[in-house]
Every structure is written in C-alpha cells, then in structure tokens.
Design a protein around this ligand. Structure first.
Ligand SMILES: Cc1ncc(COP(=O)(O)O)c(C=O)c1O
Length: 442
C-alpha cells in the first residue's frame, strides 16, 4: 500500500466520492496552495482549473482570510448558536443581506446558516414545508427537483436530486422530478445559453396535474447545474419556472452553491438571469472554501410567516451546532472584503468572452461532442467509450493532473471553474493542457 513519505498510511481514511482502492494505489496528494496554484507532495506545481471544488473563488492562501480566522479563534473560538449569539454572526448576516441575490431590495433579507451545501439545501426544503404549514397549506409537503440535479447528499438533497448513482442505494422522501434541460442534439456547441428548451419548464405543469398543486411545497433547481457536467438553462426557462411556481403557490428555491459569489460573472445567478426565487442556498465561495459554511437566503414573507405564535416558542425546530460559527463568519467577512476590493464578483463578466473563445478552441478535437460555457464555467463533453462510460473522462483528468492542471471530471464531461483571479495566460495554460490530454487519450 502506498504511503506518504514512506510513513503515513492512506488506509484508514475513507475518501468521499472517490474510488478508494484505485486512488490509494496511485494517489494524487496536494500539500500546499497559493494563488492559482497547488503544489503536490512531490513538489509539482498544478494550476487550479476548478477553484478547488468550485469554492476557492478568490484564489488560494489569502492572508486576509488567514488573519481574520486567527484573530477570531483567539478572540472567540466558539459560541453556542441556540438561544445565544455573538457579534460577528450578526455582522456577517447583515453584510450578506446588503449584497443579497438580486440586490438588497430583492426581499431575500434573512439568512439561516449551515455548514455545507447539503445542509443548506435540506434546510431550505424544511423551511419551505414549515412555511406552507404556517400559512395554512399543511398539505403541501411534496418536493420537486429535476433530473440531473445535484443538491448534496442529505436525504432531502438526494430525494430532489436527479443523479442516479447518488439515489439508487438509498431510500428517499416523496419527490417528483422535472425533465433536465441538456439537449446535445439540438444545442451542441451553442455559444451562450441554449436556444431550445424553455418549454421544459412546463414539465412542472405535468407534476402539478399529477399530484395537485395543493400537495407541492417547493421546487428546487440549480440555475446552472454544475455537478452533472455544466448544464445551462435554455433562454427563458427560469423565467417560465418562476411564473408557473407563482401561479400555483409553490416556492421556488435556487441552489446557488456553485453559482453564488461571482461564478457566472455576476454576484449570483439570480442577478445573471434576473429571476428572483423565494430562497437561495449558497456555500463554497461564501468563505472562499477556507472554513466550512453555508447559508440560505430567505424572503421576508417566509420569515415573517414563521414568526408567529407565543414569543417564547422556538419558531423553527432546526439548526446545527456550528450554524453561524464565529470562525466561519470571520472567514466569510474577510472573503467578502476581498471580493469587493478586487471586483471579483463581476470579474467573470470581463473574462467571459475570452474564456468562451479559449474553450471553443477545443471544438474539433477527437471525441469532443459539446462545449458549454457561461461566466467562468466551462464544460467539455466527450463521447463515451463503448461499454466504458466515464473512462475517457477519467483518463483525461489524470493526464491533466500529471501534466500540471487540475480539472474536474464527471463521467465523460470535463468541468472547469478556475478561481476568479485567473489571468488570461493562465486560461491559455489550462485549456492547452486539457487540449493535449484530449489529443493523447484514445
Ligand atoms: C449545486 C450544489 N448543491 C449542493 C452541493 C453540496 O454541497 P456540499 O458538498 O458542501 O454539501 C453541491 C456541491 O458540489 C452543489 O454543487
């Protein structure tokens, strides 16, 4: 069994979403990071084409975040969040509300904290059901997601999620799924948003007709699906979904765990698409990936509806030991300072065209069947090998890493999402390493 430096065994660590035995036989181990680069344990520099896991939006090793975390740990390392609070959690939630998805007048002016995207999504689903009950719609407990959706790995998230491998082994809570919007036949190699597929939002009408609107609490979607391999919403799709949910009194939740904090070239996808939902979940870029934290932005009327009954009564029986953790709040505030000072939440807009052109230069390479880009996100889809789906994608991912670029593989799709500090020459390096890997992989 491989050991790190011949001393540290890899065996005891059960790795998440990893082929453990394959990995441990040939590990890829990162030991340091700064700016746009990782360093692996052999001292090789690896350019980060994925902002870690879609989270390190301001680049690695930011001193401001380190200092804020150190200071907070030394000042107040932890404070209970139940029936107690501490200054920095209020400071941070106020700051977030000022820059809420859709702007500070969007109505998304309350924040519930969690520690991961999965927890934020489950929190939002629970708030939706609790809200419906609070307004006298207690029959509305059914949830709706979408095929190919990813909303983390809690039981709520996998139930509304639409990735078969995350679902097949586990029981789920009642949920229906709208059709996904990936249509390579009609939309392959479209620059910008796909033109075909707005009518897929009408699939919600089918689910309403089947179950009755009075049973449905909420619909959750990623405005842009990342984990399924970069699936963009067709022009007009999200607007239509907003209209239909409104018509039937169904809450709309946007999962912005990936799209939040500048990934699309706007602060949130809400700003990119101009569609304001009832709740928005976020995580990852919230603290630049430095300390686990997630948040749910909630509309004023939802919060108000739950602030009913005797004042000495807990309104929502939900929360985590680490909700609003002071150290995470400190990291988050420092992160927001960096985003603001460096204009990172809109930097993707400036680079969007350059990025798109760079990725579209891969068109015509062997096995490339689609390229999709938006903001600083890119997806390159490859034809699967006969009887070995995902193998080609995996080999390209490994090849890129060996040659100094971290990309993300989902099946036979390579996803790219570099830190928002990326420079044009670094985009060129990432894309050319990917091009070489694609050419080398049969
Ligand atoms: C859209 C979306 N929702 C939820 C999650 C889950 O987040 P976490 O892994 O922090 O639980 C992810 C993670 O990639 C995600 O992309």
């Amino acid at each position: 069994m491989t050991k790190i430096n011949n001393t540290i065994s890899l065996e005891s660590y059960w790795m998440p979403f990893t082929a453990n035995r394959q990995f441990k036989a040939n590990p890829r181990i990162l030991s340091a990071a700064k700016g746009m680069y990782y360093t692996d344990i052999d001292g090789n520099k690896v350019v980060d084409g994925t902002a870690g896991l879609w989270c390190v939006n301001a680049g690695h090793g930011r001193d401001e975040i380190t200092n804020a975390v150190q200071h907070q740990l030394a000042t107040l390392d932890y404070a209970p969040g139940f029936q107690m609070s501490h200054p920095i959690v209020h400071e941070f939630s106020n700051r977030l509300v000022e820059m809420a998805p859709g702007g500070k007048d969007s109505g998304l002016n309350h924040v519930f904290f969690a520690n991961s995207g999965s927890e934020a999504d489950d929190t939002a689903l629970k708030i939706a059901i609790a809200y419906q009950r609070a307004i006298g719609q207690g029959t509305r407990t059914h949830l709706v997601g979408r095929e190919k959706g990813y909303h983390g790995v809690g039981f709520g998230g996998i139930s509304v999620g639409g990735l078969v491998n995350n679902r097949r082994v586990f029981p789920q809570i009642p949920a229906s799924h709208m059709r996904h919007t990936l249509n390579i036949e009609k939309n392959a190699f479209t620059r910008g948003l796909p033109q075909h597929g707005a009518e897929l939002a009408d699939d919600l009408e089918r689910i309403v007709a089947l179950n009755g609107a009075e049973t449905i609490a909420a619909v959750i979607v990623e405005p842009m699906s990342g984990s399924a391999g970069v699936i963009l919403p067709p022009v007009g799709y999200l607007q239509r979904l907003r209209e239909i949910t409104r018509k039937y009194g169904i809450l709309l939740i946007f999962d912005e765990v990936i799209t939040g904090f500048g990934r699309l070239g706007t602060p949130f996808a809400v700003d990119y698409f101009g569609v304001v939902p009832d709740m928005v979940t976020c995580a990852k870029g919230l603290t630049n990936g430095s300390v686990p934290m997630a948040a749910v932005f909630v509309q004023e009327d939802i919060y108000k509806a739950l602030m009913q009954g005797p004042e000495n009564q807990i309104e929502l029986f939900h929360g985590y030991t680490y909700s609003g953790h002071p150290v995470a709040c400190a990291a988050g505030l420092a992160t927001m300072d960096i985003y603001k000072r460096e204009g990172l939440l809109t930097r993707g807009k400036e680079l969007e065209k350059y990025w798109e052109d760079a990725l579209f230069s891969l068109k015509g390479l062997p096995n490339v069947i689609d390229i999709r880009t938006i903001g600083l996100v890119g997806g390159v889809e490859l034809a699967p090998r006969d009887g070995a789906a995902g193998q080609r994608g995996y080999e390209i991912f490994v090849d890129c890493f060996k040659n100094g670029a971290l990309v993300r593989q989902t099946g036979d799709i390579i996803a790219l999402s570099p830190p928002l500090i990326v420079e044009k020459d670094q985009i060129d390096v990432i894309v050319s390493k990917l091009a070489d890997a694609i050419k080398r992989t049969k």
